[in-house]
Design a binder for this molecule. Structure first.
Ligand SMILES: Cc1cc2nc3c(=O)[nH]c(=O)nc-3n(C[C@H](O)[C@H](O)[C@H](O)COP(=O)(O)OP(=O)(O)OC[C@H]3O[C@@H](n4cnc5c(N)ncnc54)[C@H](O)[C@@H]3O)c2cc1C
Length: 386
C-alpha cells in the first residue's frame, strides 16, 4: 500500500492550485455574475492543457491518469465550484463519452478540438420527465435517409450555452428499453438544435445549465457514436461515462469544502471573542476536527476509486461510495464553516456561503445520493429496489 502521490501527480496538483489562485480567484465576481464563459479563465485553462485532461495524447489531450484529473478538479473547485463543474462536464462527460465510445474517425474529428478548447463539450441525458430513471428518456431518433432525425428535449445540460459539441442520448428503438438508446454527437449550429433558458440556480451561478431542444434535428450516420456498432449502446456508454464522472463530482464537492474549511480554520485562529481566539473553544475545535477528518476520509475514498480506474479494475461501486460520502461530508462541513464564521459566514464577504450553495448540487447531479445508495446496495448483493 502506497499513500504518496507520484511526483507527476504532485506537480499537476501544484500547477492547478497556482492557476486557480492566480487566474480564477481574481475573476470570481465576474464568473458568478456573468458566467465562466465570459471570463478569460477557459482560454487560459485550455492553454495550460486543462481542457484535454481526459483526452489521450494521440488525440491532442494531456491524457492524465484519473488521480491527476481528480486532483485538478479539486484544486479548481477549491477556488470556484462553477469552474470545477464546467471542467467536470467538459472533460468528464462531453469528451469522455466520445473517447469511450467513439470510432477512431469520430475521436479524430472531435477530441483534438475539445482538447484545445476550440470546442467545449456538453452532455445530454436528463430530460423533463427522466432524471434518476434515465433509461425512460423520451428523445427519439428516427431513421431518415442516411441519418437520424432527433426530436425531444434535454434539461440541465451543463455548458449548453457555450458548448459546440453535444453528446445526446436518444431512443433509436423505443421498444427495447435501455438497449434501444443510442448516443449522437450533435454540433452547435445543426438545424433543429436550439437552446432554451439558462437556469437560475441556488448555486454554481457561474456555470451554464441549459435547456436544449431538438426539433427535427437531422444528423448523418457519421454522428452515431461508435458507428453502426454503437446502435443501442448509448445507455451503456452513458453509464460508463457516469461511473468516472461520479468520482469527479465527489472531487468537486471535496475541493469546495476544502476551500470553505481553510477559510474557517484561518478565521477561527484570528477571530477573538471573550478575550480569546474562537479556535481555542472546544466547541469550535470539534467542528474543525470533524471537518478535517471527514474531508480526509472523502479524499481517500475518491483517490481509491480513481486508483482502481487507473489500474483498469472495476471502480463503479467505489466511485459511488466516494461521490456519496464526499458530497454529504462536504455539505456537512460547509454548513459548519458558516457556523464558525458566525454572521460573517452568512455574508458574501467570505466564500463559505457560496461553497455551501454550490456543494448542494453534488448530492443531486450525476446520480443523487439516493441513486448512489442504490448502486452500492446492489454491489453488496441486495436485490434491486425500485
Ligand atoms: C446544476 C445541474 C447540472 C446538471 N448537469 C447535467 C448535465 O450536464 N447533463 C445531464 O444529462 N444532466 C445534468 N443534470 C441533471 C442531474 O443529473 C439530475 O438532476 C439528477 O440525476 C436527478 O434527476 P432529477 O432532477 O430528475 O430528479 P428525480 O429523478 O426526479 O428525483 C427526485 C428525488 O427522488 C429521488 N429518487 C428518484 N428515484 C428514486 C428511487 N428509486 N429511490 C429513492 N429515491 C429516488 C431522487 O434521489 C431525488 O431526491 C444536472 C443537474 C443540475 C441541477
Amino acid at each position: 500500500m502506497e499513500f504518496e502521490l507520484t511526483e507527476d501527480q504532485k506537480a499537476i496538483q501544484k500547477m492547478v492550485r497556482e492557476f486557480a489562485e492566480k487566474e480564477v480567484a481574481p475573476e470570481i465576481d465576474l464568473i458568478e455574475e456573468k458566467g465562466v464563459w465570459t471570463s478569460s479563465v477557459l482560454k487560459k485553462a485550455a492553454e495550460l492543457g486543462l481542457a484535454g485532461m481526459t483526452i489521450p495524447t494521440e488525440y491532442g489531450g494531456t491524457g492524465l491518469d484519473a488521480i491527476s484529473y481528480n486532483l485538478a478538479i479539486q484544486e479548481l473547485s477549491r477556488v470556484n465550484g462553477s469552474v470545477g463543474i464546467t471542467f467536470a462536464a467538459h472533460c468528464g462527460l462531453g469528451s469522455s463519452h466520445i473517447n469511450i465510445m467513439g470510432t477512431h474517425e469520430q475521436k479524430q474529428r472531435y477530441l483534438p478540438k475539445l482538447a484545445s478548447g476550440e470546442h467545449w463539450g456538453g452532455w445530454g441525458l436528463t430530460e423533463p420527465t427522466s432524471g434518476s430513471d434515465a433509461a425512460s428518456l423520451r428523445t427519439i431518433a428516427t431513421r431518415e435517409g442516411d441519418g437520424w432525425k432527433l426530436n425531444g428535449q434535454k434539461v440541465f445540460l451543463t455548458n449548453g450555452h457555450f458548448a459546440s459539441t453535444f453528446t445526446i442520448m436518444a431512443k433509436t428503438d423505443p421498444a427495447a428499453g435501455a438497449k434501444g438508446i443510442s448516443a449522437f454527437v450533435v454540433e452547435k449550429g445543426t438545424k433543429g438544435l436550439t437552446l432554451g433558458k439558462l437556469e437560475h440556480k441556488l448555486g454554481l451561478h457561474g456555470s451554464a445549465t441549459s435547456q436544449v431542444f431538438l426539433d427535427d434535428c437531422w444528423v448523418p450516420d457519421s454522428q452515431l457514436l461508435g458507428g453502426p456498432a454503437g446502435l443501442g449502446k448509448g445507455f451503456t456508454g452513458a453509464m460508463k461515462t457516469l461511473d468516472a464522472g461520479r468520482i469527479a463530482i465527489g472531487s468537486l464537492a471535496l475541493g469546495m469544502a476544502q476551500g470553505a474549511y481553510e477559510t474557517a480554520l484561518a478565521y477561527a485562529k484570528e477571530r477573538q471573542q471573550f478575550g480569546k481566539p474562537i479556535g481555542s473553544f472546544q466547541a469550535i475545535q470539534f467542528k474543525l476536527a470533524t471537518m478535517a477528518t471527514e474531508l480526509d476520509a472523502a479524499r481517500l475514498l475518491l483517490l481509491r476509486a480513481a486508483w482502481l480506474k487507473d489500474q483498469g479494475r472495476d471502480f463503479s461501486s467505489a466511485a459511488s461510495m466516494g461521490k456519496l460520502y464526499a458530497s454529504e461530508a462536504a455539505m456537512r462541513a460547509a454548513t459548519e464553516c458558516i457556523q464558525v464564521l458566525g454572521g460573517n459566514g452568512y455574508t458574501t464577504d467570505y466564500p463559505v456561503e457560496r461553497h455551501w450553495r454550490d456543494i448542494k448540487l453534488c448530492e443531486i447531479g450525476e446520480g443523487s445520493s439516493e441513486v448512489q445508495r442504490m448502486v452500492i446496495a446492489k454491489s453488496i448483493g441486495l436485490p434491486a429496489s425500485r
